[in-house]
Design a protein around this ligand. Structure first.
Ligand code: FES
Length: 220
């Protein structure tokens, strides 16, 4: 059972971008510097609590939108615009989580950094082709129920579904955003042709639409 939570396809997090997501119920900002390094931090600025995911990336630093404090990839404050000559205090730092990229998927762990039991990365095949992330307006249970119908020979881990769709080996990272939203990040094992990738994308959209419509019908 992997303690790593899938949060995105790696190709979808471009250098110089920041976005918000959720890991185990905690708001997280996910950002990638110009150096290509991926970071996952608690979505809260250590200055006045602004959401860091609303900030922007400048070079290899994340800049808070509110007062412009700049944080480097290690979470150290490097610049305070209101006091440009001041050396920022080393104690002011966002909560930094561990982030890894593996099998075409970005993974985050909010476990304490002293937790040495955390495996280096999820146990998945390395050679994979990114297919698509879909966000489904339904809880994780409904999404998994549908995957049981759509994915042949499904093997389910806590955050990973493995099996075949239309004969293609896929791995799906399952991310609970909240009680009513689930993200599914799908990669294919190997190097399927373009037509196969397109077909898999359509199947994923069908799954998303079916689960969303079913969830809405139950709520009516
Ligand atoms: S709240 Fe982030 S810099 Fe002030």
């Amino acid at each position: 059972m992997t303690p790593w939570v899938p949060v995105a396809l790696t190709r979808d997090i471009e250098p110089g971008s920041a976005t918000g997501t959720a890991v185990n119920g905690a708001p997280v900002t996910l950002w990638r510097g110009a150096d290509g390094a991926l970071h996952a931090w608690a979505d809260r600025c250590p200055h006045r609590g602004m959401r860091l995911s609303l900030g922007f990336v400048r070079g290899d630093r994340l800049v808070c939108l509110y007062h412009g404090w700049q944080f480097d990839g290690e979470g150290a404050c490097r610049h305070v615009p209101a006091h440009p000559k001041m050396t920022p205090p080393s104690t002011v730092s966002p909560v930094c989580y561990r982030a890894v990229e593996h099998s075409g998927i970005a993974w985050v762990s909010t476990a304490d950094s002293s937790d040495t039991a955390l495996p280096e990365r999820p146990a998945l095949e390395a050679a994979t082709e990114p297919i698509r992330s879909v966000w489904i307006t339904a809880g994780t249970g409904r999404v998994i129920d549908r995957l049981r119908s759509e994915v042949d020979d499904l093997v389910l881990d806590r955050h990973v579904a493995a099996g075949r769709i239309d004969g293609v080996e896929i791995r799906a990272g399952i991310q609970e955003i909240d009680e009513t939203t689930t993200a599914v990040h799908v990669v294919a094992v190997g190097n399927p042709p373009v037509e196969t990738v397109s077909r898999l994308v359509r199947r994923l959209h069908d799954i998303r639409d079916f689960v969303t419509a079913t969830a809405e019908a139950v709520q009516l």
